[in-house]
Structure formats: structure tokens, C-alpha cells
Design a protein around this ligand. Structure first.
Ligand SMILES: [Zn+2]
Length: 150
């Protein structure tokens, strides 16, 4: 860390504070000219990249997950705040994995596990997209699984 007054690279930290935003503010002192100054380190959440089924990678996109769930919940009695909370939980779970990459399928599973408790019709709709339930038979099997677990 360079001193802004004399340009010396020899400074030491005299105080460190974490702000409410999570950023870290450090009070430093130059060991050459004794000038004191502050630095702010911005903490950036490191969401993992999402690996699609074809191997393509893309940034984690909260809105995209939200839209998928909203579509599945169309005309279902699911409050918007429940969907918000579900996406929050999935985002937190992905972050907690602490990995550099996560598969789209993993995220789909996280959503499904929670959606099942929220609304069964929305669950089947979402599952038919994300589990690639291609035909009526596999949708039927999924519904039977759901009924058996009741
Ligand atoms: Zn200095």
C-alpha cells in the first residue's frame, strides 16, 4: 500500500474496522513520513459460475432463477414473498457451497426441494422443465413419487 503523501511503500495498519456493508476500512500510517490515511477494501460476494448441461458456463443469475419459479407458479396461490424467500435461500445455499462452479442441475435440485413444500403443481411444472421430463410417463412417475411421499 503506497503512502499518498510521499509514495513510500512502507506503511502499517493501525486500525481495522468492518463496516455494515461488509467492507473493510483500514487506518494506516506511513513509516517514512508518518502521514495517516484510510483505505477501503470492498468485499465482493464470489458466486460460483453456473455450468449448463452442454458444458457452457455463465454467471449466477438470480433473476433467471426467479423467473423460472414465477413461471412455474403462474396462477397458483403462492405469495410473491415466498418466491423471494425461496430464491434467497437458494442463493445462500449456493454461496455456502464455497465452490468456483456449480451445475445448473444442482441449482435446479435446490429449487425443486423447496418448491415441493410450497406448491405441488408448481413443483411438477418446474420439474418437467429442469428434470427434462420429456414425456407424459415420466411426469406421471414424478407425480406418483410425490403422492407416495405424502
Ligand atoms: Zn509517507
Amino acid at each position: 500500500m503506497k503512502c499518498p503523501a510521499c509514495g513510500s511503500e512502507s506503511t502499517h495498519v493501525i486500525d481495522t474496522a468492518r463496516e455494515l456493508t461488509g467492507n473493510i476500512r483500514r487506518r494506516r500510517e506511513c513509516t517514512s513520513c508518518r502521514k495517516r490515511f484510510s483505505t477501503l477494501e470492498r468485499v465482493v460476494d464470489t458466486m460460483p459460475l453456473v455450468v449448463k448441461s452442454g458444458g457452457r458456463r455463465e454467471a449466477f443469475n438470480r433473476d433467471k432463477i426467479m423467473n423460472g419459479i414465477r413461471t412455474a407458479c403462474t396462477k397458483r396461490p403462492v405469495p410473491a414473498e415466498d418466491i423471494d424467500r425461496l430464491v434467497d435461500q437458494v442463493e445462500a445455499q449456493v454461496l455456502a457451497l464455497n465452490r468456483s462452479e456449480v451445475t445448473a442441475r444442482d441449482i435446479g435440485d435446490m429449487v425443486l426441494n423447496r418448491l415441493r413444500g410450497l406448491d405441488e403443481v408448481a413443483y411438477i411444472r418446474y420439474a418437467s422443465v429442469y428434470l427434462h421430463l420429456k414425456d407424459l410417463e415420466s411426469v406421471k412417475r414424478e407425480i406418483e413419487k410425490l403422492l407416495a411421499e405424502r
